[in-house]
Design a protein around this ligand. Structure first.
Ligand SMILES: CC(C)(COP(=O)(O)OP(=O)(O)OC[C@H]1O[C@@H](n2cnc3c(N)ncnc32)[C@H](O)[C@@H]1OP(=O)(O)O)[C@@H](O)C(=O)NCCC(=O)NCCS
Length: 108
């Protein structure tokens, strides 16, 4: 996502292949956080996945990354597992999340 001055403000990186896609990262410039930018990105990404008839979206996130975890949970991603000491510097568990398209309404 770019502003008029062509500065990159936000991005989502995902592995998009097969019935399950995986979000590798989503990031918003610190100066424009809490203004709904990630919400818009997530809406567009999930809309694209739905168009492509994807069954589920997977991701993992640091356990203490509460802004990201709250974003995912707001979008009905469910915690489905934990990878112990998955991250380094500092060492930390990863929480695995899954968004399942079956039976869910997607926010536009
Ligand atoms: C996580 C991140 C992408 C959120 O981007 P954002 O544009 O600020 O998010 P939005 O404004 O769309 O907020 C959507 C929801 O996310 C959650 N959220 C976002 N920032 C939050 C914060 N600082 N504290 C708590 N919840 C937060 C809230 O549920 C929020 O909904 P609300 O505003 O109705 O409370 C952003 O904080 C970021 O880039 N973080 C650093 C990179 C990162 O950790 N990415 C995740 C890697 S797995």
């Amino acid at each position: 996502m770019r502003a008029a001055g062509r500065t990159l403000l936000a991005f989502v990186v995902a592995a998009c292949g097969g019935p399950e896609w995986e979000i590798e990262n989503i990031s918003v410039d610190a100066h424009v956080r809490r203004r709904g930018v990630a919400t818009r990105l997530m809406s567009e990404f999930l809309g694209l996945a739905r168009q492509r008839q994807v069954e589920a979206i997977l991701l993992e996130v640091r356990e203490t990354n509460l802004p990201a975890r709250q974003l995912y949970e707001k979008w009905a991603f469910a915690p489905v597992g934990r990878r112990r000491r998955y991250y380094t510097c500092p060492s930390e568990d990863a929480i695995l999340y899954r968004f399942d398209f079956n039976g869910l309404l997607i926010k536009d």
